[in-house]
Ligand binder design. Structure first.
Ligand code: SF4
Length: 101
Protein backbone atom coordinates (compact mmCIF):
# COMPACT_ATOMS: atom_id res chain seq x y z
CA UNK A 1 0.00 0.00 0.00
CA UNK A 2 1.37 3.38 -0.89
CA UNK A 3 1.96 5.98 1.70
CA UNK A 4 -0.73 8.11 0.08
CA UNK A 5 -3.29 5.30 0.42
CA UNK A 6 -2.34 4.75 4.04
CA UNK A 7 -2.69 8.45 4.69
CA UNK A 8 -6.15 8.57 3.06
CA UNK A 9 -7.30 5.49 4.97
CA UNK A 10 -6.05 6.92 8.24
CA UNK A 11 -7.79 10.18 7.50
CA UNK A 12 -11.09 8.46 6.74
CA UNK A 13 -10.87 6.24 9.81
CA UNK A 14 -9.81 9.14 11.97
CA UNK A 15 -12.66 11.29 10.70
CA UNK A 16 -15.30 8.61 11.27
CA UNK A 17 -14.01 7.94 14.79
CA UNK A 18 -14.18 11.65 15.47
CA UNK A 19 -17.65 11.95 13.96
CA UNK A 20 -19.02 9.03 15.95
CA UNK A 21 -17.38 10.47 19.04
CA UNK A 22 -19.29 13.68 18.51
CA UNK A 23 -22.58 11.85 17.97
CA UNK A 24 -22.06 9.64 21.01
CA UNK A 25 -20.74 12.38 23.26
CA UNK A 26 -22.90 12.93 26.30
CA UNK A 27 -24.84 16.14 26.65
CA UNK A 28 -23.08 18.80 28.71
CA UNK A 29 -23.74 19.05 32.41
CA UNK A 30 -26.05 21.72 33.77
CA UNK A 31 -24.07 24.57 35.31
CA UNK A 32 -25.55 25.28 38.75
CA UNK A 33 -24.74 28.95 38.12
CA UNK A 34 -26.95 29.11 35.01
CA UNK A 35 -29.94 31.37 35.65
CA UNK A 36 -32.50 28.57 35.20
CA UNK A 37 -30.55 26.19 37.43
CA UNK A 38 -29.86 28.79 40.11
CA UNK A 39 -33.54 29.78 40.07
CA UNK A 40 -34.47 26.20 40.95
CA UNK A 41 -31.74 25.93 43.56
CA UNK A 42 -30.02 23.19 41.54
CA UNK A 43 -26.87 21.74 43.09
CA UNK A 44 -24.67 18.91 41.80
CA UNK A 45 -24.52 17.41 45.28
CA UNK A 46 -27.81 17.13 47.16
CA UNK A 47 -25.91 17.56 50.44
CA UNK A 48 -25.14 21.13 49.36
CA UNK A 49 -28.76 22.22 48.88
CA UNK A 50 -29.66 25.44 50.69
CA UNK A 51 -31.38 24.10 53.83
CA UNK A 52 -32.65 27.54 54.88
CA UNK A 53 -34.21 28.29 51.53
CA UNK A 54 -35.54 24.74 51.03
CA UNK A 55 -36.50 23.41 54.48
CA UNK A 56 -38.35 20.40 53.00
CA UNK A 57 -35.18 19.14 51.31
CA UNK A 58 -33.59 15.99 52.71
CA UNK A 59 -30.25 14.52 51.67
CA UNK A 60 -32.01 11.33 50.52
CA UNK A 61 -33.66 13.37 47.76
CA UNK A 62 -31.56 13.34 44.61
CA UNK A 63 -32.01 13.32 40.87
CA UNK A 64 -31.67 9.55 40.59
CA UNK A 65 -34.82 9.06 42.69
CA UNK A 66 -36.74 11.99 41.20
CA UNK A 67 -39.62 11.16 38.87
CA UNK A 68 -38.27 13.62 36.29
CA UNK A 69 -34.83 11.97 36.01
CA UNK A 70 -34.41 10.32 32.62
CA UNK A 71 -31.49 8.07 33.49
CA UNK A 72 -31.25 4.87 35.52
CA UNK A 73 -31.10 4.92 39.31
CA UNK A 74 -27.41 3.98 39.14
CA UNK A 75 -26.40 6.59 36.53
CA UNK A 76 -23.90 9.28 37.51
CA UNK A 77 -25.77 11.72 35.29
CA UNK A 78 -28.85 11.83 33.13
CA UNK A 79 -31.38 14.03 31.42
CA UNK A 80 -34.05 16.13 33.07
CA UNK A 81 -36.85 17.80 31.10
CA UNK A 82 -36.30 21.01 33.06
CA UNK A 83 -32.86 21.33 31.48
CA UNK A 84 -33.33 20.21 27.89
CA UNK A 85 -30.17 19.17 26.06
CA UNK A 86 -28.15 18.95 29.27
CA UNK A 87 -27.53 16.43 32.00
CA UNK A 88 -28.01 16.72 35.72
CA UNK A 89 -25.82 14.95 38.26
CA UNK A 90 -27.28 11.72 39.63
CA UNK A 91 -26.58 13.02 43.13
CA UNK A 92 -27.90 16.45 42.24
CA UNK A 93 -31.06 18.09 43.44
CA UNK A 94 -33.34 21.01 42.65
CA UNK A 95 -36.47 22.48 44.21
CA UNK A 96 -38.68 20.83 41.54
CA UNK A 97 -37.76 17.44 43.01
CA UNK A 98 -40.67 14.97 42.93
CA UNK A 99 -40.10 11.57 44.52
CA UNK A 100 -40.25 8.69 42.07
CA UNK A 101 -43.28 6.48 42.80
S1 SF4 B 1 -36.39 18.00 38.59
FE1 SF4 B 1 -35.59 16.16 39.57
S2 SF4 B 1 -34.16 15.27 38.08
FE2 SF4 B 1 -34.53 17.39 37.46
S3 SF4 B 1 -32.84 18.55 38.43
FE3 SF4 B 1 -34.61 18.63 39.80
S4 SF4 B 1 -34.30 16.94 41.26
FE4 SF4 B 1 -32.96 16.57 39.48
Amino acid sequence: MTNRRVFILQSVIGTSVLASGVVMAAAPMVDPKDAAAAGLGYVEDTAKADAKKYPKHTKEQMCTNCSLFQGKATDAAGGCPLFAGKQVAGKGWCSAYAKKA
